[in-house]
Design a protein around this ligand. Structure first.
Ligand code: FPP
Length: 250
């Protein structure tokens, strides 16, 4: 288990965020600006994701978690939902082998009950194939919501340990959360100009540094990631302490 930011001070190293979480927003607007259909922006978004995976890997980031589809995204027009599901299927089918060669470990987080059987099989096979890889852990959140996660974790915990109905602690629940295999994100990035969390990793973002940029996701490249990481390096992470406890007095 990794250290919880509310239970202890997480280990930090080297100025590179260990875990980066991203809301890849702005695909639709990127396409609209070019008088193209929204889905064209999603296709370009896949290229930006590929680039971000490579850049994180090169920088020494250990965990990259991206929000591809929220519990609430089912409310989008049916043709866009079906395009996105088809895109996930196509991308996973085409990329798993390459990820495996690059030692990337793939994890999908979210509610799998509504996935098409074909997508479910690709996800299970992809996770199994890459499970022992030692490079970057790429987590893709699909049909994910932070509230869904807390509820599913509570249900599973109580099914395993019914006695906890009388009362439980953070440390009882944490192992049942969808990202129990990863440390909490150090750096959160949202592109597209909005400044909100949109039900992403609500539990895990407790002490994450939040970075927002107006850049639309398809334009997000290595230089943009570096700018976000440089900003992160300038933050004083106090985890509830005061500045003097963090900075040695000179
Ligand atoms: C938000 O932009 C983007 C999404 C809801 C989809 C993100 C998906 C990708 C980048 C493709 C990733 C593919 C895989 C396999 C993970 P938006 O549509 O809300 O843009 P807008 O705010 O400009 O309308």
């Amino acid at each position: 288990m990794f250290k919880s930011s509310t239970q202890s001070i997480p280990d930090e190293c080297c100025g590179v965020p260990r875990h980066v979480a991203v809301i890849m927003d702005g695909n639709g607007r990127w396409a609209k600006k070019r008088l193209m259909p929204r889905v064209f922006g999603h296709k370009k978004g896949v290229d930006a994701l590929r680039e971000t995976i490579k850049s994180c890997d090169a920088m020494g980031v250990e965990f990259l978690t991206v929000f591809a589809f929220s519990n609430e995204n089912w409310r989008r027009p049916a043709d866009e939902v079906s395009f996105l599901m088809g895109l996930f299927l196509q991308v996973l089918a085409g990329e798993i082998e390459r990820m495996h060669e690059k030692q990337i470990r793939l994890q999908i987080i979210g509610n799998r009950s509504r996935f098409a059987p074909e997508l479910l099989k690709l996800i299970n096979d992809g996770e199994q194939k890459t499970a022992a890889n030692t490079g970057l852990t790429l987590s893709i959140a699909v049909d994910y919501g932070g509230r869904w996660d807390v509820i599913q974790a509570t249900q599973r915990m109580l099914a395993d340990r019914p006695e906890l109905i009388a009362g439980f602690e953070e440390t009882d629940l944490a192992p049942y959360l969808a990202m129990a295999y990863a440390p909490e994100p150090d750096l959160f990035i949202r592109t597209g100009g909005e400044q909100r969390i949109s039900n992403f990793l609500l539990w895990q973002l407790a002490y994450t540094e939040l970075y927002f940029t107006d850049m639309l996701w398809p334009d997000f490249d290595r230089a943009a990631l570096q700018t976000a990481v440089d900003w992160f390096r300038g933050r004083e992470r106090r985890f509830g302490r005061i500045s003097e406890q963090v900075q040695p007095v000179s």
